[in-house]
Design a protein around this ligand. Sequence first.
Ligand SMILES: *[C@@H]1O[C@H](CO)[C@@H](O)[C@H](O)[C@H]1NC(C)=O
Ligand SMILES: *[C@@H]1O[C@H](CO)[C@@H](O)[C@H](O)[C@H]1NC(C)=O
Ligand SMILES: *[C@@H]1O[C@H](CO)[C@@H](O)[C@H](O)[C@H]1NC(C)=O
Length: 205
Amino acid sequence: MSCILMVVLALFLLIFGAFPSSSWASIDSGSILSTVIVNNNNNSNGDQPDFAVDLNATNFDAVLRDTPSTHAIVQFSAHWSPACRNYKPHYEKVARLFNGPEAVHPGIILMTRVDCALKINKELCDRFSVVHYPMLLWGPSSKFVAGDWKPRQDKSEINAIDDRRTADRLLNWINKQMGSSFGLADADGFDEGLELENGSTVSSG
Ligand SMILES: *[C@@H]1O[C@H](CO)[C@@H](O)[C@H](O)[C@H]1NC(C)=O
Ligand SMILES: *[C@@H]1O[C@H](CO)[C@@H](O)[C@H](O)[C@H]1NC(C)=O
Ligand SMILES: *[C@@H]1O[C@H](CO)[C@@H](O)[C@H](O)[C@H]1NC(C)=O
């Protein structure tokens, strides 16, 4: 009996000795997320910085696994698509509420984008049945990790966002899911008034 115990203990020590990695891995991929965000906010083409986090097949799982945000939106797009270019300001308007160092509602929803026109992302986009752009999926962040999605899949916790055409509609859709009352004006600070839980608005004057 005690012999078995010793063996179990030895195995235990061996496993933990060999892989002191649980903390390691999280530090490591935590830094993936911050690297992705820094790269993102520092794009060389002189555009406005993006609030939505660009993901690719290499970092998709790691970032969604390690984000503190419980929920995520993944926008599947194609950089050449006029529809995606037109949609970008709407998506960004919502993303700036939730993403980035100055987010007014940080750590709740991670808003991301995957460019399906890049070869590296083809398999990833196939996994989520992307057939048109832009396509938005919503779900618990962890469900995207090694996850997939198919239309008309009943039990999936990942859902397509159908009503997303403007920033307002997208945020409304989110509010319905979360039972929240986030407003686009939240990000403009007190000048535009602060939306309260009970729906009234105060101005800080
Ligand atoms: C994927 O994104 C990361 C972070 O932005 C970047 O460093 C990497 O080069 C990208 N991979 C490819 C193959 O584009
Ligand atoms: C942005 O890029 C420039 C030049 O590559 C670099 O000097 C600067 O430190 C970067 N900023 C951030 C926030 O990473
Ligand atoms: C809404 O909440 C604020 C602060 O909690 C309170 O001052 C205000 O009276 C409330 N308004 C209504 C209509 O309940």
